[in-house]
Design a protein around this ligand. Structure first.
Ligand code: ASP
Ligand code: MG
Length: 412
């Protein structure tokens, strides 16, 4: 008998029919003797619809009101799932942000969880009911409704699992787990049975959309085992957990591509101490998340500085870069959005030499030019022209033998 948090994503609760199926799954888990806390997303497409509603009145609507608006999608699905459970004679009770008392900071649209008061959850569990938590939302200290960023229900689920010491956090989604590459791009991509938090964190940061990044950070911090699986089958999905010897022996676990970045270059920047500090401080103050940064060698006291930022931040980043360039007497600012970042991720990179070189060689063989490179202990990323996105993913997937390797890792 286990205490399980089960998170159901938008497609899993996308229609009344599917909500009934989810209710049956929860009832079945209870019949097996498990205690279940359900956490739900809004019905598929609903959050987008709500965003569009707000934006049709005003291009940049008030963030507080937008959070109040978009959080309602989860209120609907949590109530519907509770009703569906009750029709199966499974007692259930919906809990939205303030009822769960999920406290966040006050940063609308990307709030961070500060604490969860577990009393409400325990009360519902002790009464033999299934708590059906509305994901994605919380409350700040002033009582405002906040939301946790797109995909935030994953983070609600993992945080709830950590707070109540659940045995596992099951993330039910429309894919069967984490794959060695996007199966839509790579026909021979395989499902991975186990992956470490660190690898998952890199993959999520690189645009693999199965889990919100924050949820993996929270899971890693509190040691919550995550099971990513499909709500349409009974098959096991991918377990995300602490690293093991076995996981460490795999050099490349997955290939990812991310089209969400834009490259900005500030030309002829004075090469003096303090210039980078000034630029990146202002970008940070404007909440622009910068990813790759490259500075060229200086020629006659000036240098070119290139960095990448998310597509959503590019207008702001560009404006800031132009005004900074003006202030410090730099040249023009060039924006290039026809780029994609392809990356390889794997724990084994720590102990194997030549992995980056092999990646560059594979790309070169296809005539793909590399515009920027960044690395971490377990990741190598290359920025390339977007035209080569799919070719690069397939080339790297095959070049590192991922199709053959995954089953070994799966222990099949
Ligand atoms: N409904 C929210 C979204 O679409 C949160 C979630 O589904 O995780 O981003
Ligand atoms: Mg999601």
């Amino acid at each position: 008998m286990a205490l399980l948090v089960q998170k159901y994503g938008g497609t899993s609760v996308g229609s009344l029919e599917r909500i009934r199926v989810v209710a049956q799954r929860i009832a079945a888990a209870r019949d097996q003797g498990h205690q279940v806390v359900a956490v739900v997303s809004a019905m598929a497409g609903e959050t987008n619809r709500l965003f569009a509603l707000g934006q049709s009145l005003e291009e940049r609507p008030n963030p507080r009101e937008m959070d109040a608006l978009v959080s309602t999608g989860e209120q609907v699905s949590s109530a519907l799932l509770s009703i569906a459970l009750q029709t199966l004679k499974t007692p259930a009770r919906s809990l939205i942000g303030h009822q769960l008392r999920l406290l966040t900071d006050g940063v609308f649209s990307k709030a961070r969880i500060l604490a969860i008061d577990v009393r409400a959850l325990h009360q519902v569990l002790q009464a033999g009911q299934v708590p059906v938590v509305a994901g994605f939302q919380g409350l700040d200290e002033e009582g405002n409704i906040t939301t946790l960023g797109r995909g935030g229900t994953d983070t609600t689920a993992v945080a709830v699992a950590a707070a109540i010491g659940a045995d596992a956090c099951e993330i039910y989604t429309d894919v069967e787990g984490v794959f060695t590459a996007d199966p839509n791009i790579c026909k021979n991509a395989c499902k991975v049975a186990r992956i470490s938090y660190e690898e998952m964190l890199e993959l999520a940061s690189l645009g693999a959309k199965v889990l919100q990044i924050r949820s993996v950070e929270v899971a890693m911090k509190f040691g919550v085992p995550i099971h990513v699986r499909s709500s349409f089958t009974e098959r096991d999905g991918t377990w995300v957990g602490a690293e093991t010897r076995e996981l460490e022996s795999v050099v490349v676990a997955g290939v990812a591509s991310d089209k969400n970045e834009v490259k900005l270059t500030i030309r002829s920047l004075p090469d003096e101490p303090g210039i980078s500090a000034k630029i990146f401080k202002q970008l940070a103050q404007a909440n622009v998340c910068v990813d790759m940064i490259i500075q060229n060698v200086s020629l006659q006291g000036t240098t070119d500085l290139t960095f990448t930022a998310g597509k959503g931040d590019v207008a702001q980043a560009r404006q800031l870069a132009i005004s900074l360039a003006h202030q410090v007497g730099a040249g023009e600012v060039v924006v290039d959005s026809a780029v994609v970042k392809v990356s390889i991720v794997g724990l084994g990179m720590r102990s194997h030499a030549g992995v980056a070189a092999r990646m560059f060689e594979l790309l070169a063989r296809e005539g793909i030019n590399i515009q920027a490179i960044s690395t971490s202990e377990i990741k190598v990323s290359c920025l390339i022209h977007e035209r080569y996105a799919e070719l690069a993913v397939r080339t790297l997937h095959d070049g590192f033998g991922l199709a053959e390797q995954a089953p070994a890792r799966n222990g099949l």
